[in-house]
Design a protein around this ligand. Structure first.
Ligand code: EPZ
Length: 417
């Protein structure tokens, strides 16, 4: 089992290019199958989740080739409409293939995605929305068997919660459906806009993306296109957290500062100076960190739940008491126990975490509990006294491209052993 061994007392500095976004690359890879001709995705990150998505595409009959940071997908011959259980289990977000396979083939069979480290992850909104579009869904023996007796038809769908995954699945099914679809209370994340822009470049008719109502007029067929995956705003926030917790300074390249509008003020409240430019952000965190009264995770444009663990690690070293309220996932404080092993003072009461800043963290043997929780431990280790060893790093590899190489470029001393 690989581990990361991290020397502490590091000061992060320099400049770093931000990778393509995992949470955009995955739905974009699924979306490629809607086009009769292939697509090329540039700036596509090298992540275990992306490899898992490519394995699903290959299983479905696509030719999937990586050339540097580009993935070329030939979708001419789809031979399968089902995704085997073992491929579904590798990555929970394989569920977005449902809308795309239904849109292209009118039939889909895949296993029910279970829960994950973050708690139960129901897909009731995905299912009820697709049923409104004329899909018959049979749930049997852990599988979803989906078929379209007549045709996929447009529908006016109101989501009870702006679910990212449900919004993506409806968009993927609706672009080739007969008629108009309206998604009310849709997710507004930048990744939703990236998916809409990709589909429109393939010939779809989508508007309203980024707002809470998305409009889609179904078309007869889609082509392919060349598209560049948006930068990863969560990875960018992770780099900003590394500069903050080590009182360093950093220039982030190839990022869209507006995607971090809900995150930047929190770094400023902690006492960092943040300078956004067209496609760069400079952060100076030379002053000691200050506590932040209350942070509540919310759907976009609110504070992202995916940055919660990163900020919690920083607040462990901030002067004063901070409060974090996790509103999106039931079980997303597992990293707190590992941070406590490093000397942090964190109390958890259901979805509320109270963090008392401490002057020092100490190197320890810890375990990554999930993707972002793992990244938080890397940050804590960079600022700790002594050496930290992190196990279960498969979680981290799902979302960060060779994390040790990236951080060692900006002053860290990390080894993968
Ligand atoms: C996406 O997950 C991201 N994953 C997550 O990032 C992110 O945390 C999440 O959106 C919220 O921003 C990808 O894009 C691959 P949701 P998703 O559907 O689509 C409940 C990371 O670290 N819900 O918006 O699964 C659900 O249980 C990952 O990169 C239902 O109840 O998120 C959750 O509590 C982790 N029924 C909430 O809504 C449904 O049918 C938000 O889920 C669907 C969702």
């Amino acid at each position: 089992m690989q581990r990361l061994v991290i020397e502490g007392d590091t000061k992060i500095s320099g400049e770093i290019k931000v990778q393509g976004a995992k949470n955009s690359a995955l739905p974009l890879l699924a979306a490629t199958i809607l086009g009769k001709t292939g697509s090329v995705l540039h700036n596509c990150p090298m992540l275990s989740d992306v490899f898992a998505a490519c394995r699903i595409l290959s299983y479905l009959g696509c030719k999937c080739v990586r050339e540097g940071d580009s993935v070329i997908v030939d979708t001419a011959n789809l031979t399968h409409f089902e995704v085997p259980d073992e491929l579904m289990r590798e990555m929970r977000s394989s569920i977005v293939f449902l809308g795309a396979i239904l849109g292209r083939l009118g039939r889909c069979r895949l296993s029910f995605p279970g829960g994950c480290e973050l708690g139960p992850r129901p897909i009731d909104m995905h299912i009820s929305s697709l049923k409104q579009m004329g899909v018959i869904i049979k749930e049997e023996h852990g599988f979803l068997d989906c078929s379209i007796p007549k045709e996929l038809k447009g529908a006016a769908i109101s989501l009870s919660f702006p679910s990212v995954g449900a919004t993506e699945n409806i968009m993927l099914a609706a672009v080739l459906a007969n008629g108009d679809t309206e998604i009310r209370n849709a997710a507004r994340e930048p990744e939703i806009m990236d998916l809409a822009d990709f589909l429109n470049a393939c010939g779809a008719k989508i508007s309203g993306q980024g707002g809470s109502t998305i409009y889609i007029t179904g078309v007869k067929e889609l082509g392919g296109c060349e598209y560049s995956v948006m930068p990863d705003r969560i990875v960018a926030a992770t780099y900003m957290g590394a500069a903050a917790i080590t009182n360093g300074e950093l220039s982030l390249q190839q990022i869209r500062p507006r995607d971090l509008d809900a995150v930047t003020p929190i770094f400023e409240e902690m006492g960092c100076s943040v300078y956004p430019y067209a496609d760069r952000i400079f952060i100076n965190a030379k002053r000691p960190l200050k506590a932040v009264k209350t942070i509540r995770t919310m759907p976009y444009p609110g504070f992202p739940t995916d940055v919660q663990a990163i900020i919690m690690a920083c607040l462990c070293k901030a002067r004063g008491t901070s409060v974090i309220v996790e509103n999106i996932f039931e079980n997303r404080f597992k990293h707190a126990g590992e941070l406590r092993r490093m000397g942090a003072d964190i109390k958890i009461e259901s979805k509320v975490a109270v963090i008392e800043g401490v002057p020092k963290l100490y190197g320890a043997q810890v375990q990554a509990t999930d993707l972002r929780g793992g990244a938080a431990l890397v940050l804590a280790a960079l600022s700790a006294e002594g050496v930290t060893s992190i196990s279960e790093i498969k979680h981290i590899d799902r979302g960060y491209e060779f994390i040790e190489n990236s951080f060692n470029k900006i002053g860290a001393k990390i080894k993968r052993v």
